[in-house]
Design a protein around this ligand. Structure first.
Ligand code: ARG
Length: 408
């Protein structure tokens, strides 16, 4: 009888390589390895593909989904100015849903009943995989070998790998856990687990130290937006994808985009996280600067709350959920006229929006100015304040009368 199939989210690293063998041996499954290119630091994906076959996968697929990642996923993140806990632009949380989408697609194409991932039992990513898969096909069964097996130390895992002829890394293992894609890079573990210790200089690969000489000269860029998305850099029309790649290099060279934070994971613990997000942060900052000009006040204020809920949902693995979809609808309708240019200055690790303009700007010079062109009706302010402040006056008088001045 033919064996059942499992589609494994494969990275080419030790965990998921051992997982191939483990799934064959312990679950008696045919393994289809799927590696997804979301713009992670270039690794030879053809080698990754072959490695899975060598270990025993019956099929090994590499999919370059960068374009789709940018157009269907990061576009939504930018429109939502996505920031979990007002700090973290969700880079890992963003890549999981697109990986999930392709895992499910491949499972259907191959008639596989199972999907497997290499996440541990302590992080957010396992939740994002499993809840995402359930949303797209609640009948698929998820296997999490790393959570299940008893190869709990790296030594045991290496021993198991060697015993089964699985290639093991020859260089000393990095003490850090790294996850990266076009939207940035996450660094965890090692000395970073002590929140009092300053991150060592050598953990960074996308950003310069702001004290380096590369950051000594201020440089300006101009970003053009149409309907909430970037369309040009310094006057040259470019794809959103290319703008992200260019900004990662440019802002990274200026030492902009490092984040060192304590983060609240969904599974209940706090963790120390370091991120490099030069392109993402630049774009979110520029996008916000343009929204300040183009969005009507109550829409802008309301959207701030929506953005926070959106980020919580995505962080917590609910990318594929009715609420997230509904919020996307709201956000999209706010973006139709977020069109214009933003000028940014980079200097010594900082990025500041120093200019913004738009044909749809709601900024009215004649209303705002203090010079002769002023068209604001100063006298109307008096009546406005009388009515706006009326409840306050009523309250203050009543409390005074009963001898409870100032009490709520
Ligand atoms: N804490 C971040 C998140 O939950 C980053 C996770 C990075 N994953 C990793 N395997 N290093 O989104």
């Amino acid at each position: 009888m033919a064996k059942e199939k499992v589609v494994l989210a494969y990275s080419g690293g030790l965990d998921t390589s051992v997982a191939i063998q483990w799934l064959i041996e312990n679950k008696n499954l045919d393994v289809i390895a799927l590696a997804i290119d979301v713009g992670q630091e270039r690794q030879d994906l053809e080698m990754v593909r072959e490695k899975a076959l060598q270990i025993g996968a019956i099929e090994s697929i590499v999919k370059d989904v960068r374009e789709e990642y940018v157009e269907d996923f990061l576009a939504k993140a930018l429109k939502a100015n996505s920031m979990y806990e007002n700090k973290y632009p969700l880079l890992s949380a963003m890549s999981r849903p697109i990986i999930v989408k392709h895992l499910v697609e491949e499972a259907h194409r191959h008639g596989a009943k199972y999907i497997a991932h290499g996440c541990t039992g302590k992080g957010n990513d396992q939740v994002r995989f499993e809840v995402g898969i359930a949303a797209l096909d609640p009948d698929l069964i998820v296997l999490a070998p790393v959570r299940e097996w008893d190869l709990c130390t790296r030594e045991l895992e290496m021993e198991y790998a060697t015993a089964h002829g699985i290639p093991v890394p020859t260089t000393k293992a990095s003490p850090y856990s790294i996850d990266d894609n076009l939207w940035g890079r996450a660094i965890e573990c090692g000395v970073l687990e002590d929140p009092w210790i300053e991150p060592p200089a050598d953990i960074y690969t996308m950003t310069n130290d702001a004290r380096s000489s590369a950051c000594d000269i201020p440089e300006y860029i101009e970003l053009g937006f149409e309907a909430g998305l970037p369309v040009s850099l310094n006057g040259e029309r470019k794809s959103f994808h290319d703008i992200i790649v260019d900004l990662n290099l440019f802002a990274g060279r200026h030492g902009f985009g490092r984040i060192d934070m304590i983060e609240n994971r969904l599974v209940g613990l706090k963790s120390r996280e370091v991120y490099e997000v030069p392109g993402a942060l630049t774009l979110i900052q520029a996008h916000k600067a343009l929204e300040d000009l183009c969005l009507e006040r109550s829409v802008l204020h309301y959207k701030l709350g929506i953005e926070q809920t959106w980020a919580d949902l995505v962080y917590n693995g609910l990318w594929f959920s009715p609420l997230k979809e509904a919020l996307d609808g709201f956000i999209d309708s706010t973006q139709k006229l977020v069109t214009g240019d933003v000028r940014l200055r980079f200097f010594k690790g900082s990025c500041v929006a120093v200019g913004r303009r738009s044909d749809y700007s709601l900024y009215d010079y004649d209303l705002a100015t203090y010079d002769a062109a002023d068209s604001f009706d100063h006298k109307a302010a008096k009546g406005f304040i009388d009515l706006w402040g009326l409840p306050t006056k009523v309250w203050a008088r009543q409390r005074r009368k009963v001898g409870k001045e100032g009490e709520v």
